[in-house]
Structure formats: structure tokens, C-alpha cells
Ligand binder design. Structure first.
Ligand code: XIL
Length: 352
């Protein structure tokens, strides 16, 4: 029997209420118990009316694909450039949608000056000031933050702490510091540790699941205020999802008192067949397998795709297809038509 079958009606209702509370809003309340959202690209948000319309039609929450990363916010030590996030929040609030924040501590998208940070004192001061300033500015308007992004290394069979200016100067303690500072800056926000490569039936993915559990246990033992694990879920289309292992992993995470959510869902389709129907069917199947593996154990607090339409996606930056065909990683095609993936997501978030 699946664990989900043990969930009592009262428990499920309580969870749904809590989830609704986190991303409270007309859209979330009237549509579905699990809020669905997408990452937004700043350029098209300003120029493409069809893009805006699709976001309004489908999403209950939004996150900036960029704009909140250090490289965007902090071109120099004294500057905070809020243009992109302010634009996105205004759009979200005008349309009854909630926001997620991405991201406060990451190895990538760093401005050159911040990569030069040296020593414990200077590095911790900059990290803390940044988080206090940014989370503090949006306090009460961004109910969920990716505090630490991609903490796990990806350079061999042994998964450890990923290299970054933060890890180099502060060791694993940078994670503690980031979460404690975010917690103080907005006591009500959901604080998330976010990572990728946790879903597949591969030795590598299995090692990453183990390393993430070990890290979460250490954080819990040190009383670090992490509330949830984010599955980025950039799913490699050619790899099966390990449904049993993902369910077991989610169950272990829940047993530590943490929630889970899906933060950057898309399907990397560079290795998938050229035939579009076949390709879209495999992509939907991967998404269904992941969401099913999570739902068998618990309700994710949100499901967020990394973009809404194949027209605007980061995937070809790294995963162009050899046959020259465009990538199709997202729930809507480039003309904003719903693909099988969208139907799979809608069923899952509706609690079907
Ligand atoms: C990507 C954006 O989508 C691109 O537009 C940008 O050029 C690079 O970053 N994991 C993450 C995201 O956490 O921030 C990344 O976003 C995709 C991988």
C-alpha cells in the first residue's frame, strides 16, 4: 500500500490549508490545492503580450529566472538594482499571483567583485548584509526563498560541498549563516535548500540523494532553519525517474520535518527522439513519474516550471539538439498551446 493511502482526510485538508496559506491568493484558492507557477524571463515580460497572458492564465506564483541573482542585483558592492524583481512583483501582485525568490547564495551568476571576497570576516559580512537587505526589502511579499542553491558538488562519484566563494571562505557553515540570516530577515518566509540531479535512476543521482540527506541531517543537528527541500527537477529526458527511490527520499526528508516542492521543472530533451509527438510523450511521462513519486508520499508546497513556453527557455544554452530542432522542455509549445506535459501537471496539482 502506498503511504499516501494512510493520509487521513483531516490531515490532507490541513495540509491543503497550510499550502494555500503560504501562497494565499484568489488564484490559488479557486484553482487547485497545489499552487502551480513558472519562472519568468524579464525581456518577454516587457514585450510579449501573449507571454503575459499565458502566465496569468496558468500560474498562481512566479519566480524571476534572473533578476534576483547576485550578478543582476549587485553590479558593484554598493549597488542594489531592483528593477527586474520590482517589475515582476508588480506584475504578480496586479494579477493576484504570489512570488518565490531565487536565489540568495549560489556559486554561479556572481559579479566579479564578489568572487574576490577573502576571509571569514569579509565574506560573512557581505553574505549577511546581502540577505538582510534583499529579504528585508521584500519581507511579507515573497513568502518562499531559495536561500541556498546547488550546494552539492558535481565533479565525480563522491558528492560533497560544491566549490564557491562562500564555501572557499566559510566552509559548509555558509549554509548555516545564509539560513539564519534569512530567518531573521523574514521570520514568516519558507526557507528552501534547492538542488538538481535528485530524481533519476542512475548511480550519480542516487549518490546525490544520499549526499543531500546527509547534509540535511547535519543542518538539522545544528538547528539550521531550513523548511523545505526544492527539487529543481531539470529532468534529463533520456533517464528514467527512480520512482521508488524518489518516494523513499521524500519520505526521509519529510521525516526530518521538512516539506518538499518542485522549483525548476523542465525536461532536457537533447537526447530524445526527433518526432515531436514521441518526444512530448516521453517528456510528459518523466514529469508524471516525478510528480507521482512525490505525491505518493506528500503534497509538494508548490510545483514551478523553469519557464512556461518553449519559446523562452534556458535549455538550448547548454543542451542544443544535434539535429538542429528546437528544444521542447516546457508545458506550452512556442505558440502557447498546451502540450501533454501541461495536462500531466494540471492533473497532479489538482490532486487527481
Ligand atoms: C538559468 C537561467 O534560466 C538562464 O536564463 C541564465 O542564463 C542562467 O541560469 N539552475 C538554476 C537556475 O538554479 O538559476 C538556472 O537558471 C538554471 C539551472
Amino acid at each position: 500500500m502506498r503511504r499516501r493511502d494512510f493520509v487521513t482526510a483531516a490531515g490532507a485538508a490541513g495540509l491543503a490549508l497550510w499550502t494555500r496559506g503560504l501562497f494565499e491568493g484568489a488564484a490559488a484558492a479557486s484553482h487547485s490545492p497545489i499552487p502551480f507557477g513558472a519562472a519568468v524571463s524579464d525581456g518577454p515580460l516587457q514585450t510579449d503580450a501573449a507571454y503575459q497572458k499565458a502566465l496569468i492564465e496558468h500560474c498562481q506564483l512566479l519566480v524571476g529566472e534572473g533578476g534576483m541573482k547576485w550578478a543582476d542585483l549587485r553590479p558593484s558592492p554598493s549597488q542594489y538594482v531592483y528593477d527586474q524583481p520590482d517589475r515582476l512583483i508588480a506584475f504578480a501582485e496586479a494579477n493576484g499571483m504570489k512570488m518565490r525568490g531565487h536565489t540568495l547564495a549560489w556559486y554561479a551568476a556572481m559579479p566579479d567583485w564578489a568572487l574576490q571576497l577573502k576571509g571569514e570576516t569579509e565574506t560573512s559580512r557581505e553574505l549577511m548584509t546581502h540577505i538582510e537587505t534583499v529579504v528585508g526589502r521584500y519581507k511579507g511579499r515573497i513568502p518562499s526563498w531559495d536561500v541556498v542553491n546547488e550546494a552539492l558538488s558535481d565533479d565525480g562519484p563522491r558528492v560533497g560541498l560544491r566549490d564557491s566563494v562562500w564555501a572557499a571562505n566559510l566552509g559548509e557553515y555558509y549554509i548555516d549563516l545564509a539560513f539564519h540570516t534569512a530567518r531573521a530577515a523574514d521570520p514568516a518566509a519558507q526557507l528552501v535548500i534547492n538542488d538538481y540531479g535528485l530524481e533519476a535512476a542512475t548511480a550519480k543521482s542516487s549518490a546525490r540523494r544520499r549526499a543531500m540527506l546527509d547534509l540535511l541531517r547535519r543542518l538539522r543537528d545544528r538547528d539550521v532553519p531550513v523548511q523545505a527541500l526544492g527539487f529543481q527537477a531539470h529532468l534529463p529526458g533520456n533517464e528514467e525517474i527512480d520512482k521508488d527511490e524518489v518516494s523513499r527520499f521524500v519520505s526521509d526528508v519529510k521525516d526530518m520535518g521538512l516539506d518538499v516542492l518542485v522549483t525548476e521543472l523542465d525536461v532536457i530533451d537533447d537526447q530524445l527522439p526527433a518526432d515531436i509527438q514521441e518526444r512530448d510523450a516521453i517528456a510528459a511521462k518523466r514529469v508524471g513519474a516525478l510528480l507521482g513519486a512525490i505525491l505518493d508520499v506528500t503534497r509538494p508546497t508548490a510545483v514551478v516550471t523553469w519557464g512556461i513556453t518553449d519559446r523562452y527557455t534556458w535549455v538550448p544554452i547548454w543542451y542544443k539538439r544535434a539535429d538542429g530542432q528546437a528544444n521542447r522542455p516546457l508545458p506550452l509549445d512556442e505558440d502557447y498551446r498546451e502540450k501533454p506535459m501541461m495536462r500531466t501537471i494540471k492533473q497532479a496539482v489538482a490532486g487527481a
